[in-house]
Structure formats: structure tokens, C-alpha cells
Ligand binder design. Sequence first.
Ligand code: AMP
Length: 112
Amino acid sequence: MDCLFCSIIKGDIPSKKAYEDELCYAFYDIAPQAAVHILVIPKLHISSADEINAQNSVYVSHIFECIPKIAKEAGITNGYRVITNCGSDACQSVKHLHFHVLGGEQLSEKMA
Ligand code: AMP
């Protein structure tokens, strides 16, 4: 399967790593939309939030356990936003589940 984020996990495509363990990988977004913009992805290919189920949700819960330390290690000290875009109306461009962690500055009140 040809998946950009699977290639990033494998190291075939370079990325700026923020965190890694056996279940997830975090790296800096190539086109940041905040002072700090990190993507956190499961090492298992899950195409979107719409594909989360009882068999793979351990990857998602683990990611949410990791996000506070990823944010802290990235220097985010005053709050952050976690977003996942799911499907075409939400403009999901990479079909591998990913959580945007945005922070490091005052964010807009608007989310859409
Ligand atoms: P989404 O639009 O929610 O699917 O988010 C995909 C994100 O992946 C965008 O914010 C892109 O800037 C980011 N992105 C795409 N290619 C790369 C890459 N090679 N390295 C880091 N971030 C990337």
C-alpha cells in the first residue's frame, strides 16, 4: 500500500521526529499552522477516525496518553488543540489517521 505516513514511519521519507514508541510516531508538520504543529500517528495503518474500532482503538487511547508529554517536550506550556480531519468534507488530505497538536501561541476561537 502506498501511504505517505507509513513511509515516514519506516524512515523512507524524512521527517522531524518529536516522539516515538512502539505504537505511535510524532513529527513536525511540514506546513505548520501554529507556532508548534505536530502530527501524532499510529504505527498501524488506520485510514481515518472513521476506521477506529474495538480492535485498533488501543492505538488511539495510547496516542492520547502520549500527547501531554509530546506537547510538554515540544515546549507547549499554555494549552493546545488536538484535531483530526476525517473524510473529504473535513479536507483530510493524508489517508492515515493523524492527530494535529497545535499550540505554542494563542489560537483562534474558531475551529472551522
Ligand atoms: P490533513 O489535511 O488533516 O490530512 O493533514 C495532513 C497534514 O500532513 C497537513 O497538515 C500537511 O501539512 C502534513 N504533511 C503532508 N506531508 C508531510 C510531510 N512529508 N511531513 C510532514 N507533514 C506533512
